[in-house]
Write a protein that binds this ligand. Structure first.
Ligand SMILES: Cc1cc2nc3c(=O)[nH]c(=O)nc-3n(C[C@H](O)[C@H](O)[C@H](O)COP(=O)(O)OP(=O)(O)OC[C@H]3O[C@@H](n4cnc5c(N)ncnc54)[C@H](O)[C@@H]3O)c2cc1C
Length: 603
């Protein structure tokens, strides 16, 4: 086989979203040579789609906020399955990371006295999300990209990594293909950072784009790393549901942060009917108080629409199941009603939520300043992923780091809105720093040519089966199956069935065929993605089946309550010696006394 084009870096970063760019910048600042790879064009990562904002206890809008409150909110939101060290570092370092972004040129919305504006979001006690209208991700990626490119980071666009390469226990590089020309590429690297984002495309209704096929989670798993908490998939309560072509596209939580309310087909604000006990003290008990909160009244409590995403999604499902849904199987989200409260409501809505206004106008012919939106849950975010050390972000495989959505720990059983963008900054920075130091301390490893040959041969196999099944068909059936059998509401029998279906789909995936040549061949790309989708789907199903309780984003119809013993363990997935997927439970590390006290104080 012809030798692949080869590149050599101290640190290779796989993924150019917020986490990857931040890691690359930091590794470069540590003196490392850095290459960054992404499947699509630079600037087109998931991060650019982020709307609502970055959570950081800057205390610009409410001076009662500080890292302790943010830490306690994150732990409560994650139902205490979080990696406490990550939650602590995140809460402490997020403000500095946001200010750093500002110093690099990010222009945030402003308070009247010129400081970074912060908005309310679900599960955050005080207004905490630094934002730019509802286009925060765009500003963030633009700033990081600009800063990174000027540092001289080498960018490899439209290039997909299919294998990590090892020398003994240690990761020493990666192998992939250029999407445009179909040529193979070898990246030799002293350390590798995974920053490949989520897994949304394992489901049929999702806010995620085509790129999010769980590649990083699967690369890590194949390299022998552990994955944790894979049962915790976040279904965001508000995605578009009509027309069918746009089903799943996100409707940002910022709509509710700005005063939007959820109603059923009878016009009732149903979220007041079910407020969980551990949030009762923090939640408004009447619409007037909820509105005052949205207007920034420090003495008001948040409206129940801003309870955590897992809970709001389940309440919406209940309304639909009990026959009080909207015509297309969701509920109504109404921001237009604020015209009863403020005189210039349409202008205010367009200014605060410009993307939402355009999204609904162009895709559904709905004017959100006049009419309510129809919304329903959509697969949005993966709390589970690569197990990492809280301080360094190194996985359980030496030389392999992970940051951002591909890594697990910070969010526990449920992520609070806004805590992902801050996660990318805080842990992207740490991953880049420690990867660069690892590279300096360990030098280069050896790449085994036989591994390259094997990776190339496997990648080309679909071309040998031109009459094999169409990969899109297998992908489509996998997504439908995961949506139906391992979705928002889970049951033992259905998940057992999912595992049986997965075994059949895996066998079919091994027989898919593609035609044409290697240049820009999306059928071939999909055939290669299937391997990753199968791994993450199986990991989700196995972990979900094993967790016999309901907690955070994981809801079991057959075990609707929390089980105290299960609240003390993480689910751990790894590949067994025979290639089989193994699952075990690990006890959570003890929470230090001072952090326990923070949580108690904030209850
Ligand atoms: C519509 C929407 C709105 C959101 N709004 C918010 C918000 O307001 N606040 C918030 O905190 N969070 C929000 N989120 C979540 C947040 O945007 C994501 O969790 C976050 O951006 C993930 O960043 P990341 O750097 O981990 O990965 P991503 O930004 O997803 O980037 C992943 C990168 O990895 C690359 N990649 C993947 N696989 C491979 C491979 N095999 N080889 C090479 N490259 C690969 C991709 O091309 C891409 O460059 C939102 C998400 C969506 C979808």
């Amino acid at each position: 086989m012809a030798a692949p084009e080869s590149m050599n870096y101290d640190v290779l970063v796989i993924g150019a979203g917020g986490a990857g760019l931040r890691a690359a910048i930091e590794a470069s600042a540590e003196g490392a040579s850095v290459g960054i790879v992404c499947k699509s064009l630079l600037g087109k990562a998931h991060t650019v789609m982020a709307e609502g904002g970055i959570a950081a206890a800057l205390a610009n809008v409410d001076d009662r906020d500080n890292w302790r409150v943010h830490f306690a909110d994150t732990m409560r939101g994650g139902q205490y399955l979080n990696n406490w060290r990550m939650a602590e570092l995140h809460a402490k370092e997020a403000p500095e990371c946001v200010r750093e972004l500002e110093a690099w040129g990010a222009l945030f919305d402003r308070t009247k006295d010129g400081r970074i504006m912060q908005r309310q979001f679900g599960g955050h006690k005080y207004p905490r999300l630094a934002h730019v209208g509802d286009r925060t991700g765009l500003e963030m990626i633009r700033t990081l990209q600009d800063h990174g490119v000027h540092r001289g980071i080498a960018v490899h666009m439209e290039c997909a990594v299919t294998n990590l390469l090892k020398d003994g226990d240690r990761v020493v590089g990666a192998f992939g293909y250029e999407r445009e020309r179909g040529r193979f590429v070898l990246f030799a690297a002293k350390a590798v950072v995974l920053a490949t984002g989520g897994i949304g495309r394992a489901y049929s209704v999702t806010s995620n784009s085509w790129e999010y096929t769980g590649d990083g989670q699967a690369l890590a798993y194949d390299a022998g790393a552990e994955l944790i908490d894979m049962e915790f998939v976040q279904f965001h309560p508000t995605g578009m549901i009509w027309p069918p072509s746009v089903r799943g596209i996100l409707v940002t939580e910022a709509v509710r942060g700005e005063g939007g309310v959820l109603r059923n087909s009878q016009g009732k604000r149903f979220m007041f009917d079910d407020i969980p006990a551990n949030y009762k003290a923090q939640t408004a008990d009447n619409p007037e108080e909820g509105w005052r909160y949205a207007q920034g009244d420090r003495n008001a409590r948040r409206p129940p629409e801003l309870l955590t995403r897992d809970h709001v999604a389940r309440c919406i499902m209940r309304e639909v199941r009990e026959g009080r849904g909207s015509p297309h199987g969701g509920v109504f989200l109404d921001i237009a009603w604020i015209k009863e409260k403020i005189p210039n409501a349409p202008e205010h809505i367009k200014k605060k939520l410009p993307s939402m206004y355009h999204q609904f106008k162009q895709l559904a012919d709905i004017d959100i300043t006049v009419e309510p939106m129809e919304v329903g849950p959509t697969t949005h975010y993966m709390m589970g992923g690569v197990r990492v050390d809280g301080d360094t972000q190194m996985s359980t495989v030496p030389g392999l780091y992970a940051a951002g959505e591909v890594a697990a720990g910070l969010h526990g059983a449920n992520r609070l809105g806004g805590n992902s963008l801050s996660d990318l900054l805080v842990f992207g920075r740490r991953a880049g720093r420690y990867a660069a130091r690892f590279a300096k301390e360990h030098g280069a490893g050896k790449i085994n040519p036989a591994d390259l040959d094997a990776a190339a041969r496997t990648a080309l196999e679909p071309f040998d089966r031109a009459s094999g099944e169409n990969p899109y068909q297998v992908q489509n059936q996998l997504q439908t199956m995961m949506q139906q059998l391992v979705g928002i509401v889970r049951r033992q029998g259905e998940m057992e069935q999912a595992l049986e279906e997965l075994a059949k789909l895996k066998a079919r995936a091994a027989r898919v065929g593609v035609v044409g040549n290697r240049e820009y061949n999306p059928g071939w790309h999909t055939a290669l993605d299937l391997h990753n989708l199968m791994i993450v789907s199986e990991a989700i199903a196995r972990s979900a089946l094993d967790r016999k309780e309901s907690r955070g984003a994981h809801f079991r119809d057959d075990y609707p309550d929390k089980e105290p013993a299960a609240g003390k363990v993480n689910s751990v997935i790894r590949r067994g010696p025979g290639g089989e997927m193994q699952l075990r439970r690990d006890p959570l590390p003890d929470l230090p006394a001072e952090l326990k006290q923070v949580i108690e104080e904030m209850k």
